[in-house]
Design a protein around this ligand. Structure first.
Ligand SMILES: [Zn+2]
Length: 315
């Protein structure tokens, strides 16, 4: 009998998943004498993140922060955690270390996507092929480009636990951000799926959604669905552009909850990624017509709502 994939796997006692929503990534706490956290959620929820970490750690100080990648839903709580525990050591994917230290928002891609992220510092590079001690375990660092060119996944081989970030979810795939600016194709994401398959994890703790396990075939099924989705995007790249545009717009409204119509239009006009996606999806349409084409189904399906003065998140 197969275990339903909705049944979350049992994790070792020293690994605590704080499962969050779509605006904030999950946070994994690795307990021990030197407690660590992987991924810190969105800046909107930073106070809540600090509170939830404190609830688990009690009087212990957080010793380490690590990030699977530096999108604003994965590193937005880092500044608040550093303020709460000033002695904490912070690890980021190696190529971003300098950009974080001088807080180069353009290099960190917050500008291009029109997203915001609270400033934080970084001390140590996560280098693929090396390891990082998190709590009681040594975790392998593997490069995981695709969703983000600089992303890593972390794997603990004796437990068989993989922190996949946004390289693998149980359902659906993330936007392939390097595809938006033309710096990469969908095959890189597939290569990362191959890496995950070779690691053959027992349990995957994803950046969003519940952990899922090899038992019952949930990991194989997730890999299969992700590959199918990439095959679809490879065949129809314009559909990826449409998907990415909807994700970016929904994400903005999840962050701010509501915007006046004028502010919403200004935000749309000012987001460089949306202009790139317009060109990839329907360059035959003028910008206002393209926006209407993207937004109309989002309103009719209740993903967004609008009243006389504001656009609201539909949730
Ligand atoms: Zn994410």
């Amino acid at each position: 009998m197969s275990i339903p994939s909705t049944e979350p796997p049992t994790l070792p006692d020293d690994l605590v998943v704080l499962q969050r929503d779509w605006l904030s990534s999950n946070n994994l706490l690795c307990l021990g004498e030197q407690p660590a956290i992987v991924d810190t959620g969105h800046v909107k929820h930073a106070a809540q993140t600090v509170h939830r970490v404190r609830e688990v750690l009690g009087q212990q100080a957080l010793a380490t922060i690590a990030h699977t990648h530096l999108h604003s839903d994965h590193c937005g709580g880092t500044g608040a955690l550093q303020a709460a525990w000033p002695a904490v050591t912070t690890w980021v994917p190696e190529p971003s270390l300098g950009a974080v230290q001088r807080w180069d928002e353009a290099a960190l891609s917050f500008d291009g996507t029109g997203q915001r992220c609270g400033r934080f510092g970084a001390d140590q590079p996560l280098v693929p092929g090396r390891g990082v001690r998190l709590g009681r375990h040594d975790w392998q660092i593997h490069a995981a480009p695709g969703h983000d060119a600089l992303a890593v996944v972390l794997f603990e081989p004796t437990l068989g636990v993989l922190l996949s970030g946004d390289a693998l979810w149980e359902h659906g795939v993330g936007v392939i951000f390097p595809h938006i600016d033309g710096s990469d194709d969908f095959d890189t994401f597939n290569d990362t799926l191959d890496v995950i398959e070779r690691l053959d994890p027992e349990i995957v703790i994803p950046g969003h959604g519940a952990p899922f396990s090899r038992a019952g075939g949930a990991i194989d099924a997730a890999l299969g669905r992700a590959r199918e989705r990439m095959a679809y995007f490879n065949a129809q790249p314009a559909q990826h552009a449409l998907y990415a545009a909807k994700v970016l717009i929904k994400y903005q409204l999840l962050d701010v909850d509501a915007m006046t119509h004028a502010d919403f239009e200004r935000w749309l006009d000012a987001a460089p990624s949306l202009h790139l996606l317009h060109q990839q999806h329907r360059p035959d349409l003028a910008w206002p017509a393209w926006l209407a084409h993207v937004l109309t189904p989002m309103f009719s399906k209740g993903v967004l709502r609008r009243d006389a003065t504001h656009v609201h998140d539909g949730a």
